[in-house]
Design a binder for this molecule. Structure first.
Ligand code: CA
Length: 479
């Protein structure tokens, strides 16, 4: 045997040994799963079919939720657009990524979510609202600021729901795309999915819709499904009071007429998103992709819609921070609802875990894939953290004041700069009508929560003045 033949034989033997090792190590080896991650903007969990007082009609999301895994205690750590998107894209808390408000831009100092999938051999795509770089109106050139998305179809000024604006992904030239924005974003997503049929690489696609976010303007067919006179209100909905107006620099509920109009638009927006969700599920079926694709539906944060006299978000209350998180995974055939605490910070590592790709070391959240797939023991977290920072003076009339807080399985707690603010028992009081923050019986619990909050703040490098804030009671009303 000459040297060349020897090398050839050795290589063949080594290849065979590798193949056997791989086969025995991965008996259920599969082509890596594709991932379709869909998120809308401002869709609270309370407005999912099946929830008490839900008014939205969303039959496809309803069926999807009942037939798959629903994480029913999914919390948006920072219930506001840019901070949530930065947590999702970076896997870091705001103090770590330095995206601490809606005015900040995420810097590419870490492996971005798209890049983690790119490194694992995926073709990656992003369609819709981006809102991570200098507001919503900025083109992002090819490179690290796209955080690893090969096909980047961001839209500008996404509150414009008709005849929306998008960029040519190469040149940045703006185009107006006629029609209702979610329909046209879905058209782009369908084009992406059709383009992946038969492709060798797995794919990861994010679709980021703006409704049911204001301006609450769905097409008439969706709006007119809702009759203002018969809509049921959550038990904590009320008009804001003159006292509120003195103390709350924030969008308030001024009249029931305003609320009814907003509700029709909000629920109509959810129905419109449901219809686009159905189109995407059909496209997966038509392309034979359903059996090898993970699908997630969620939202960046919720909407108060008149609860406690407030509109909009940023609050630590359930309507603002509890969001849908539903997962269909090819390995998971049994429907299940989980009340395990899960938060924005966990999404990045969990998506990697569900797809079976490496999780970048910088991610500070946890991989919930073993819990979601029912594999082995999973230790639940005791709490997830909540925060908001009031923006610069130009935004302060619409911003909730700065706070830090946490949500356990049973309680919500938050402290503002001027003192302890709210404590709710979410089991006995699911509509958070009784603030227990000044009840002497709450003292041991509050002390425990303060210790946990301060430890978390220290760990992530947060500059909130915890010790000073814990010493007082906030002057801001609790409910
Ligand atoms: Ca948002």
């Amino acid at each position: 045997m000459n040297r060349r033949e020897f090398l050839k034989q050795t290589a063949a033997a080594s290849l065979a040994a590798t193949a056997v090792r791989n086969a025995s190590a991965e008996p259920t080896a599969h082509k890596p799963w594709n991932v379709l991650y869909l998120f809308s903007d401002q869709h609270r969990a309370a407005s999912l079919p099946g929830e008490p007082f839900n008014q939205s009609e969303a039959p496809t999301l309803d069926r999807f939720r009942r037939k798959n895994l629903s994480m029913d205690t999914c919390v948006s750590n920072y219930p506001l657009c840019v901070p949530h998107r930065a947590i999702l894209m970076s896997g870091l808390y705001p103090a770590q990524s330095h995206v601490e408000g809606n005015e900040d831009s995420l810097k590419p100092t870490m492996v971005g979510l798209g890049e983690a999938f790119q490194k694992a051999g995926y073709h990656t795509g992003y369609i819709g609202k981006w809102h991570l770089y200098n507001g919503e109106d900025q083109f992002v050139p090819k490179g690290p600021l796209r955080f690893g998305f090969d096909d980047w179809h961001a839209w500008a000024m996404t509150n414009k729901h008709y005849d929306g604006i998008t960029f040519d992904q190469e040149t940045g030239q703006r185009h107006i795309i006629p029609g209702y924005q979610p329909v046209r974003m879905t058209d782009q997503a369908i084009e992406f999915l059709n383009g992946q049929k038969g492709a060798q690489k797995p794919w990861f696609l994010v679709v980021s819709y703006n409704p049911p976010h204001p301006p609450f303007d769905p097409p008439p067919a969706e709006r007119n499904r809702y009759d203002a006179a018969t809509l049921k209100l959550r038990p904590n909905v009320r008009l804001s009071t003159p006292a509120d107006k003195l103390t709350r620099p924030y969008p308030q509920l001024e009249s029931m007429e305003t609320l009814h109009t907003a509700e029709q638009g909000y629920y109509g927006g959810i129905t419109a998103i449901d219809e686009q969700f159905a189109r995407l599920m059909k496209t997966l079926d038509d392309n034979g992709m359903t059996e090898n694709t993970i699908v997630v539906y969620t939202s960046d944060h919720g909407e108060m819609m008149g609860s406690h006299g407030h509109m909009a978000k940023q609050m630590p209350h359930e309507e603002s921070c509890r969001v849908p998180f539903m997962v269909r995974h090819p390995e998971n055939k049994s429907p299940r609802a989980s009340d395990t605490l899960f938060a924005s910070i966990d999404i990045y590592p969990t998506l990697c875990g569900l797809a079976g790709i490496p999780i970048p070391q910088h991610c500070v959240g946890r991989d919930f894939s073993s819990h979601m797939l029912g594999h082995g023991h999973f230790k639940e977290a005791d709490m997830v953290f909540l925060l908001n920072n009031q923006g610069p003076p130009s935004r302060q009339e619409v911003d909730v004041p700065t706070y830090r807080g946490l949500r356990t399985k049973t309680h919500t707690y938050a402290v503002q700069l001027d003192g302890v603010w709210v404590l709710y028992d979410n089991v006995k009081d699911p509509y958070q009508l009784k603030n227990l923050a000044t009840d002497p019986a709450s003292k041991p619990m509050i002390e425990k929560f303060n210790t946990a909050l301060m430890a978390w703040g220290k760990q992530v490098g947060d500059t909130f003045p915890y010790e000073t804030a814990f010493k007082s009671v906030s002057s801001y009303p609790g409910t």
